[in-house]
Design a protein around this ligand. Structure first.
Ligand SMILES: C[S@@+](CC[C@H](N)C(=O)[O-])C[C@H]1O[C@@H](n2cnc3c(N)ncnc32)[C@H](O)[C@@H]1O
Length: 209
């Protein structure tokens, strides 16, 4: 677990800063996986819990984990007892194998240090049922589109510099982002949806066979 929490100061304002950009991306990602009532869903790096709410509304049993106590506090006030919340690092998930129908992580992987990304995703894969799916939302490596792409990229760079994990963002970009990590774990990307003018992508990934 980290000694300091980079989200301590901004957790209370996080949704106001991020949701104007991220709300549409979340809606698209939920449409891509069509959650069913009764699914067990895990959100790794759940932050303030905004991404968990649509799965609860779809009748899923939702668990969120995060390494930031400040972000989990916000998630707890949003979700109440509608989701289980656990304070832990995603590199050691406190669950047995093959437990979840869907394991998702949104805008987290680029914050994870380079040498921990493969173990982090391997943990996600371990707790996913054989017929389940993994869902990644994160920065995309590739050409930008229209005016929206360069604008979103510029905002992202400022945010990453301010939040203190710019060096991880850089190594994530240099190592091909999400496909670079899922490839290292031997996972196949089933679908990629480009959003935010090409600055972000949503990846649906098959559980390991
Ligand atoms: C940019 S925020 C995204 C929050 C949320 N997923 C969303 O889409 O709004 C990144 C979150 O990932 C969490 N995080 C970063 N590294 C983590 C790790 N190794 N294990 C668990 N959570 C982590 C941070 O504490 C933070 O809450």
């Amino acid at each position: 677990m980290r000694d300091t929490d980079p989200y301590q100061q901004i957790a209370r304002f996080y949704d106001r800063l991020i949701e104007p950009i991220q709300a549409g991306v979340r809606r698209t990602s939920v449409e891509l996986v069509s959650p069913r009532p009764g699914w067990q869903v895990l959100d790794v790096g759940c932050g303030t819990g905004t991404g968990m709410a649509p799965y609860v509304e779809a009748g899923c049993a939702v668990t969120g984990v995060d390494v930031s106590a400040a972000m989990l506090e916000q998630a707890a006030s949003r979700m109440g007892d509608r989701a289980e919340l656990i304070h832990t690092d995603g590199d050691g998930l406190p669950f047995g194998d093959d437990r979840f129908d869907l394991v998702t992580t949104s805008m987290v992987l680029h914050e994870v240090p380079a040498d921990k990304r493969v173990p982090f995703v391997a943990e996600m894969a371990r707790v996913t049922k054989p017929a389940g799916r993994l869902l990644f939302i994160d920065f995309r490596i590739g050409p930008l589109r229209g005016w929206r792409g360069p604008a979103a990229r510029a905002i992202s760079i400022v945010m990453e510099r301010l939040s203190g994990h710019y060096s991880h963002y850089r190594t994530f970009r240099m190592s091909d982002g999400v496909p670079g990590v899922t490839g290292g774990v031997g996972l196949d990307i089933e679908r990629e949806k480009i959003v935010a003018g090409g600055n972000v992508a949503i990846f649906v990934v098959a559980s390991p066979a």
